[in-house]
Design a protein around this ligand. Structure first.
Ligand code: NDP
Length: 251
């Protein structure tokens, strides 16, 4: 991790689950880490849980990634306070379960999922890229936590994940589009998509767990965080495009 020591990683959705685990791992590896999320108290609890030397390198910042201006303000703050983001882990995401696309009265839920899971990634990636370019830094890394639901629509009996799988499929296309833009812009900044299967986090609410067929023991957030760190640690000329990570026994 030497080349990343004291460089800045931004993790969205850092207040729980995979994002919190990524923050812990990256800060332990010597990076300066900014955790973004809406629940500031959970970010501050995360900071309090860190050893003192690591807590100094962890910064909590309230930010709703679905709100473009919030994202612009957060990244300007990162530029002026910490020098700018070098690594971005686009992890924030939501599910609104059993909110069918064809049901009446769900417009806001459907919009929330698209604005968080898709546009949130676009705004954060754009702001990170802007900052890298302004500083003439050419070895950044954008990571995107997609999902196996971004590659095939999960069939759950008598249940729908509504806009979730379409939003993650959009992320699959967004990732490849960003890759093409980066090629056009001749940057060496990397793009990696990580698609987990079932992970034991708050996003799997009781309704989803009850509806799912019997699952093998789920992944832990730390398992996904290990994969994120592994991708970041690769040599400068090595880019992992897509990584799928599932618990043994998940189809
Ligand atoms: P969690 O619910 O524990 O974490 C989701 C995080 O996203 C929270 O920190 C939440 O913080 C944050 N978030 C949600 N909306 C916003 C927003 N508008 N702005 C900023 N932050 C937001 O679940 P996971 O850790 O599992 O989810 C992380 C990612 O992993 C998601 O993208 C999810 O789709 C993906 N994933 C998860 C799988 C699983 O089985 N758990 C499987 C495959 C993919 P706050 O509410 O404080 O804003």
């Amino acid at each position: 991790m030497n080349r990343w020591t004291n460089r800045v990683a931004v993790v969205t959705g850092a207040s729980s689950g995979i994002g919190a685990a990524c923050c812990k791992d990256l800060v332990a590896k010597g990076m300066v880490v900014v955790g973004l999320a809406r629940r500031e108290h959970r970010l501050l609890e995360l900071k309090d849980s860190l050893p003192a030397d690591q807590a100094k390198r962890f910064h909590a910042r309230k930010c709703d990634v679905s709100k473009e201006q919030d994202v612009i303000d957060a990244f300007k703050w990162i530029d002026s306070t910490l020098g700018g983001a070098d690594v971005l882990v686009n992890n924030a995401g939501i599910v609104r379960s059993n909110v069918g696309i064809t049901n009446e009265g769900n417009s806001q839920d459907l919009r929330d999922v698209l604005e968080t899971n898709v546009l949130g990634v676009a705004w954060c990636t754009r702001e990170t890229f802007r900052s890298l370019q302004e500083r003439k830094v050419d070895d950044g890394h954008i990571l995107i936590i997609n999902s196996v639901a971004g590659h095939r629509v999960p069939i759950i009996p008598h249940f729908t994940l509504g806009m979730y799988s379409p939003s993650k499929h959009a992320i699959t296309a967004l990732t490849e589009t960003l890759r093409q833009e980066f090629l056009l812009k001749k940057t060496k900044t990397k793009i990696t998509s990580i698609s987990p299967g079932a992970v034991d986090t708050e996003i799997l609410d009781k309704a989803i767990v009850a509806a799912l067929p019997e699952l093998p023991p789920l992944l832990r957030s730390e398992d996904v965080a290990d994969a994120v760190t592994y991708c970041i640690q690769t040599p400068p000329n090595v880019q992992i495009h897509e990584l799928t990570i599932k618990p043994i026994g998940e189809n």
